[in-house]
Design a protein. Structure first.
Lengths: 855, 233
């Protein structure tokens, strides 16, 4: 209580303000580190929010609506009435698979998915056609719009005629940007778009047709579809009506883990920049306190209590924090406002003009709290300054160690603040990330401290025949008032954080890079017969594309789960096995080894069986997610109907599959030696650079292998890639903040030792050392300090990047040796350069100063 | 109460020693008994390393002794916490240092006001101004230490030392950094203010001339009092 009374005294604040008189400019310079930290936090918060909105919009564009209902039967009036009432605007679609004949291409035909959609679709996003008016004309019933690759395949042009059933109509154009597909993999066939009225003319709709009926709804923005519309009651109703539903939440999943990672990384980056800012402030306060030892001792002599002097400097730290937070918030908001003006090309998604003041205030509050918590460390020293210092300078303050109650309290305050900030700033999907990061930071500080002590120890024992200046520079690493601990911990931590962040950003960015995309399949060649495989592969390679995926595929249906027929399971209302699993066609494969996108998590991988014995249970590997849905484990049995042949499968292993990769992933994988003779086909995948390449392959495949269907996924993939690429820019841009804060730490650390270095240098000058010799001593010391700090920080960053890659972002870890080596060299050079620049006057101090006892 | 005996400062068997890692304990002060009557003057002289400044620090409550007691105006310093000692210093003690030790960010007037402000008596601005005028710095009230000469800085320090009318003033080599002429002025002021306010003076000095101006001269050697001379007034 007494402390708070003294803290709030007018005199304390007056003294705090007076004491800044000589150093205001320097203190303002020091506050830059917290300004960078706060700005990073404010703008990452805002960027995250904008990215979230952009993703929501993108997800809406992927569906074209807020909600889609789908059924094999026309939706009942009751269902439509129920949803139209609560869900707002509605557009209907009817689609089915049929043959489309190109009249001008000698009646060549192709299986297509006909989609008849009402006017106004999609609600979100747009459809672009060539020519532009083609889409509007098709909706008005004037003709049909096709996919470009399909037209390329048949050399069709706008104006050519096509026939679907009884409808004979002309091609109006092709799609540049297609309307959203209800399901990416619903049909391995290109789409053809026409109006509902033209659909009637085909006369293909009837009781025997396998049409799908969909209704798309646009709901008011404020309504949460999953929470407010898809209530339990309505979901039950939909099940009884045989209607499936899709909301944008499910579409968002398609954007994949990559965007989750970007979210998480943006959270982390703001936190990192803020911690760097905190370290910078701690360094700045340390420098400030060093220059105030005499003042503190005098004040203590004339009766100032320890609480009073502590309060004076605490007030200064708070004022510095308030100033830094306000300016940082201003900078953050300015950056946020400037992005749409100056960097709209880099961030091509719309930015909200309005600022979330609540989030800004929270960011400013967190940064102020962290700033003051970090500042408490150097402030402890104030309480340890002896009044005797006024009588006899050079008295070392009592050592502050973990045995000290105050030190322990300050550590506790900092840990609590960091943990709270970590929790607040952790991404929603990884609430542990902030805590893990704080833990990692603690470990890093511990290791850096040990290394610093080791360096001091080694320097004490170091003997060599190097010239005097180098020996003196190295000796400075262990002598009293050495900077080894301060330098290694602060610069090491700075390098650790910055390199971790840059390496992680690089690792995440590599997910968006063109090289990676080249290895992502966007063309799927289906129905390749075993004897055609080599020839089809040859065709792909002859067109300068490489075969990425190659897998045999056999269709099968689930008949039993752990001995219970699926019909019983479906009838059982209590069952938790999702209906779609038991109804679906399992397209399975066989192979001897796991592929890149798989990881064995349980059981034994059986590569092959020597003799096919279908009387016994057949070993199979199952995907982790579907095993959970089917509620099966290793050792359980499944019944399958493989094209008429009943098989009992014994689950021998469970695999984890990375579904983010557009590769050939399967729920069930059989060993070799069993299904080679089963009726099936091969599926090959490749990557086409553009639609022309895709069209050319489709054309050639149609001529040489008429049975092979080529499915182009690039339109869907492009949507996902676009947003992911934009997110990559955001990540790289934000990294700049941490570098700014890192430089401020370097400056602060060097300045903290400047007084001692000046005194020593003046003494050496008095004893006859030349300026060259003094510079050489300083250079040796700074290079050594920078090098050791950077090497330790660099090595720690490799460990941290590995941890983030493996546990947080689940991306492939690769060691960035060059960036780490670059950071080590750069940090050493920067330490030397800043050290020499900031000490440039040291060698020029006249020796007379030492005789006068001042500087 | 010792103060009732007429002593503003008394030490009993005061010792100070330091532990050293490789050598036996280093004894800096060894059984010092000292008594300074209220309003009197006392000088401590001796060669470097004899323990003069250590003794001053202990007497002023700036450091803790290894053994023995210090009584300042009747208060046993070892019974007080550091903050209580600080409060006692504010009320009863004044300091003059060899290196002046003015707060560089405060003006002359602000430096003199600090001891008053610490006790919430900032209304006594006039008293501070008067003291500065008394030491000849009436026209330098708003100057910062760097804008003053050494002698002027020491005069500000004198004004600061006397502003709260202390019972005792400790001066550590008050003329050590000054030329002869300025030293004379400072010494004159020091003794004048002592006479006017009845403040006891304890001066640590190498200057024998200055030392002999005091009523009691303590000669230190090897951490012990080698000689004690009392001048009759």
């Amino acid at each position: 209580m007494k402390f708070f009374r003294e803290l709030l005294q007018r005199w304390t604040w007056q003294m705090a303000w007076r004491d800044t008189r000589r150093d205001r400019k320097r203190l303002l310079l020091f506050s830059l580190s917290i300004i960078f930290g706060t700005a990073a936090l404010v703008s990452t918060g805002s960027l995250r929010e904008n990215l979230r909105v952009a993703i929501e919009d993108q997800a809406r564009e992927l569906l074209g609506a807020d909600l889609m209902l789908s059924s094999r039967r026309p939706l009942s009036d009751e269902a439509l009435a129920k949803f139209s009432e609560i869900a707002g605007e509605r557009i209907d679609e009817t689609s089915f698979m049929t043959m489309l004949r190109f009249v001008d291409a000698e009646d060549e035909s192709r299986l297509v998915q006909v989609r008849a959609i009402g006017k106004g679709f999609p609600f979100y996003g747009d459809v672009v056609t060539e020519p532009a008016e083609a889409w509007g004309d098709s909706v008005a019933g004037k003709g049909i719009v096709l996919e470009q690759s399909l037209m390329d395949q048949f050399d069709a042009k706008p104006g050519d005629f096509v026939r679907i059933g009884e409808l004979n109509t002309q091609i109006l154009g092709y799609l540049v940007k297609a309307p959203p597909r209800p399901s990416a993999f619903a049909a391995f066939a290109p789409s053809a778009y026409l109006s509902p009225t033209l659909l009637e003319t085909t006369e293909l709709l009837g009781s025997r047709s396998l049409a799908r009926y969909r209704s798309f709804f646009k709901t008011p923005r404020e309504i949460d579809v999953d929470e407010q519309i898809l209530t339990k009651e309505l979901k039950t109703f939909l099940v009884t009506e045989g209607i499936q539903h899709t909301s944008i939440e499910e579409r968002k999943k398609r954007l994949g883990r990559i965007l989750d990672n970007v979210y998480s990384f943006l959270s982390l980056i703001g936190f990192m920049a803020l911690i760097l800012g905190g370290i910078g402030i701690a360094g700045a306060i340390h420098v400030h306190i060093l220059s105030r030892i005499g003042t503190v001792a005098t004040l203590r002599c004339i009766g100032c209590s320890t609480n009073q002097v502590f309060s004076i400097f605490l007030v200064q730290a708070v004022l510095l924090g308030v100033f830094g937070s306000i300016l940082g918030t201003g900078l953050g908001i300015a950056v946020q406002k400037a992005i749409p003006v100056f960097l709209s090309e880099v961030f091509p998604f719309e930015f909200e003009a309005k600022t979330s003041w609540l989030s800004v205030a929270a960011s400013a509050g967190i940064s102020l709290l962290l700033c003051v918590s970090f500042a408490l460390f150097p402030l402890i020293r104030v309480r340890r300054i002896s009044p005797l210092e006024a009588l006899r300078s050079g008295i070392q303050p009592d050592k502050v160690g973990f045995r000290d109650v105050l030190f322990r309290s300050v550590v506790a305050v900092l840990v609590v603040t960091l943990v709270l900030s970590g929790l607040l700033l952790s991404p929603e999907k990884m609430p542990w990330l902030g805590l893990a990061f704080v833990g990692g930071l603690g470990v890093a500080i511990g290791i850096l401290t040990l290394i610093a002590k080791g360096i001091s120890h080694a320097a004490r024992r170091y003997r060599s025949g190097f010239p005097y200046t180098i020996r003196q520079g190295i000796a400075n690493l262990h002598r009293p008032r050495n900077q080894t601990l301060a330098f290694t911990v602060s610069i090491g931590l700075g390098v650790f954080l910055i390199v971790t962040m840059l390496a992680t950003s690089k690792m995440l960015s590599s997910q968006f890079s063109p090289e990676t995309k080249e290895n992502e399949s966007n063309l799927f060649l289906i129905d390749v017969q075993p004897d055609q495989k080599q020839e089809v592969k040859g065709l792909i390679e002859s067109m300068d594309m490489k075969v990425i995926g190659d897998a045999p595929m056999i269709s099968m249906r689930l008949t039993h789960i752990k001995g219970t027929p699926v019909s019983e399971i479906q009838a059982d209302e209590k069952t938790r096995v999702p209906g779609w699993i038991v109804r679906r066609d399992f397209r399975s494969t066989y192979r001897a080894a796991l592929v890149e996108t798989e990881e064995l998590v349980e059981g034994e991988w059986i590569p092959r069986v020597d003799e096919a014995d279908f009387e016994k249970p057949v070993p199979v590997s199952i995907e982790e997610g579907i095993a959970k849905d089917l509620q099966v484990e290793v050792g359980d049995e499944l019944g399958m109907d493989v094209q008429g042949l009943p098989l009992t499968l014994s689950i021998t292993s469970i695999r984890k599959v990375d579904w983010d990769h557009q590769g050939l992933n399967f729920f069930l994988v059989f060993p070799e030696g069993l299904l080679e003779e089963a009726p099936g086909f091969h599926i090959l995948t490749t990557n086409a650079g553009d639609s022309a390449q895709s069209g050319a392959l489709q054309r050639e495949a149609a001529i040489q292998f008429p049975n092979v269907t080529v499915f182009d996924m690039s339109l869907i993939l492009k949507t996902v890639e676009d947003i992911v690429e934009r997110a990559g820019y955001v990540v790289r841009f934000m990294s700049l903040y941490t570098v700014g804060a890192g430089i401020m730490i370097l400056v602060g650390t060097i300045l903290s030792g400047q007084r001692d270095r000046t005194e020593e240098s003046v003494l050496l000058r008095t004893l006859g050392a030349s300026r060259e010799q003094i510079r050489s001593i300083l250079l040796t010391e700074y290079i050594a300090l920078g090098l050791f700090a950077a090497i330790t920080g660099g090595i720690l960053s490799i460990a941290a990047t590995w941890g983030l890659a493996k546990f947080a972002f689940k991306v492939e870890f690769f060691t960035h040796l060059w960036p780490v080596a670059g950071a080590i060299v750069l940090t050493s050079l920067l330490c030397a350069a800043f050290g020499m620049i900031l000490s440039r006057g040291v060698a020029n101090h006249p020796p007379l100063e030492v005789l006068r006892g001042g500087k | 109460m010792d103060s009732e005996n007429g002593y503003i400062l008394e030490t009993r068997n005061l010792t100070k020693s330091f532990k050293t890692p490789d050598a036996p304990e280093l004894v800096v002060l060894d059984g010092i008994n000292l008594a300074v009557p209220t309003g009197s003057t006392c000088s401590i002289v001796g060669p470097s390393g004899s323990g003069k400044t250590t003794l001053l620090g202990l007497c002023a409550g700036l450091d803790q002794p290894s053994g023995g007691d210090v009584f300042l105006d009747g208060e046993k310093l070892s019974d007080l916490s550091e903050d209580q000692r600080a409060s006692l210093r504010n009320a009863k003690v004044g300091f003059v240092f060899q290196n002046f030790q003015l707060v560089p960010t405060l003006t002359s007037l602000e430096n003199v006001l600090v001891p008053l402000e610490l006790t919430g008596r900032s209304d006594r601005r006039e008293q501070a101004v008067e003291l500065l005028q008394r030491v000849g710095l009436g026209d330098r009230l708003c100057h910062y230490p760097v804008q003053l000469s050494g002698g002027e800085q020491q005069r500000v320090a004198l004004a600061r030392a006397f502003v709260n009318r202390p019972g005792i003033l400790f001066a550590d080599e008050p003329t050590g950094n000054l030329d002869e002429e300025t030293s004379e002025i400072i010494v004159e002021m020091l003794f004048e203010l002592n006479a006017e306010s009845g403040t006891a003076l304890v001066i640590v000095t190498h200057d024998h001339e200055l030392a002999n101006l005091a009523g009691q001269v303590i000669r230190m050697k090897g951490g012990k009092i080698a000689e004690r001379t009392v001048h009759s007034k």
